[in-house]
Ligand binder design. Sequence first.
Ligand code: UD1
Ligand code: MG
Length: 462
Amino acid sequence: MLAIAVLAAGKGTRMKSQLPKVLQPLAGATLIERVLASCTSLQPQRKLLIVGHQAERVRESLAAIDGLEFVLQQPQKGTGHALQQLLTPLEGFQGNLLVLNGDVPLLRPETLERLLERHTSSGAAVTLLTARLPDPSGYGRVVVDASGAVTAIVEHRDCSPAELEISLINAGIYCFNWPQLAEVLPQLSADNDQGELYLTDTVAMLSSAVHLEVSDASEIGGINDRIQLANCEAALQERLRNYWMAQGVTFIDPASCTLSDGTSFGSDVVVEPQCHFRGQTRVGDGCRIGPGCLLVDAELGDQVEAVYAVIREAKVAAGCAIGPYAHLRPGADLSADCRVGNFVEIKKSLVGAGSKVNHLSYIGDATVGAGVNIGAGTITANYDGVNKHRTAIGAGSKTGANSVLVAPLTIGANVTIGAGSCITKDVPDGALALGRSRQLIKENWRGPLPQTNAKPDPVNPA
Ligand code: UD1
Ligand code: MG
C-alpha cells in the first residue's frame, strides 16, 4: 500500500511573488503539476496534497486532476507540522508514505521507483533521497554513520561549522513507514533557528534510516527563489533537448532554443538557433525550423520550412514554406505546399493547396481555394467595427497588388482582381474585377511655369 503526500502549503517567501510558490510555471507546467506527474507511474492508493498559503488558488489550479485529497495546514508551522495534519486522514493506514516537496519539480519517475525499491529491500523506517552537491548551501545536511545509515538531518541554518562542510544533502523526498512515522510525529519540537516543526527531525527519532543518493543532482534541485527557478528551467530545457536529439532532431544551437513537454518532433527535423516551442506543438518529419521562430500549439506537417515566424494555434500542412517574418494566428489552416512570405498575417482562414500569400498581406476570416495567388499587399477588410465577416476566394484566382477585399464577399474561381482595387461586390467565376478610379491622361500637359503672368493650372487651379 502506498500513499503520497505533497507538501505545498508554504508561501515561498523567497520568491517575492503574489503567486503561491508551487504555482510558479516551469516550461509551461506549474511546479506542483510536475511533482504530481513524477509519481503517477507509482499508482498510489492515496494522493494527499497539503495546502495552506492561498490554498483555494492551489486547489483550483489542480481541479482537473482526479483523486487528489486536499489537506489544509493552517497556519504553516513547518514541514513536520504539515505532516502532522495527515494523522487524522491517514489514521489506520498501514502502508508506506512517499513524501514529496512541492518545490522539487525535476524528479524522474524512475528515481522514485528506485527509492521505493530501496525502502522495501532495506526494511528501514525511512529512506530518503540525497545528493552530493559542490555547493550544498541552503539544503539540510545528511549525517551518516560508519555503516552508511542516516543518523540525523541538520538544516543549513542550524549547522555547526563542521556540519556545514558536509556535501551530502537532503532532497526533501522521503519514503516513510507510515505507522512508525505517525508514532513520532507528535513528539516534534520547534527547538531550532526558525522555530518550526521540522519533518527532518523525525529521521533521528525513527528506529532506522537509510538513503539513496541520486546520480544526477539536477533532479533534486529545490526552488526557493528566482535564481533556482531559472536554474531548474535550464536543467529541464537541457533534458528536453537532449531527449529530442537522442530521437534524431538536429539543434544547430541547442542552448538558444526552448521546448515544452507537449512538443513533439518527427524524424530528421533541423532546428536552427533561437526557436521556441510551446504548448502542444507537433513538428512533422524533415521540417526545417528557424532561425527565430515561436511555435505555440502549432501543428506542422512534413517538410515544412519556417524562418522568423510566429505560429500560434495554427495548422501548416506538408511542404509549406513560411516567412521570413510571417504571423500565423489561431485558426490559420494551410493546406499542402502553400507559401506565406514576409509581413503576412493569417487568422482563422483556410488556405487551399499550393496557394501563395507572398508579401505584406492580412488574410482574416477567409476561405481561399487551391492555387490562388494573393498579390502583394492584399487585405481582407473583415471587420465593420462590430462584426467580423467572411471572404471566400475560389480556386485559381489572383488578386492584384494592394487589393482591398471588403467582406462579406465571395470571389469565384479563376478570377483576376486588378491591382489597387477595392472590391465590395461578389465576383463570378472567370471574371476580371476592377475597382479603382480610372487613370486620366492629359497629353502634352505642362505644369505651372515660373512666370508671374502664368496661365491658371486647369487641373489644380490656385
Ligand atoms: C526542506 C528541508 C531540507 C531540504 C530541502 C530540499 C525541512 C525542515 N527541510 O527545506 O532539509 O534540504 O527541503 O529542498 O523540511 N511546506 C508546507 N508547510 C510548511 C512549510 C513548508 O507545506 O509549514 C512545504 C513548502 O510549500 C515546500 C516544502 O514544504 O513545498 C518545503 O518547504 P521549504 O520551506 O521550501 O523547505 P526548505 O527550506 O527548502
Ligand atoms: Mg524548499
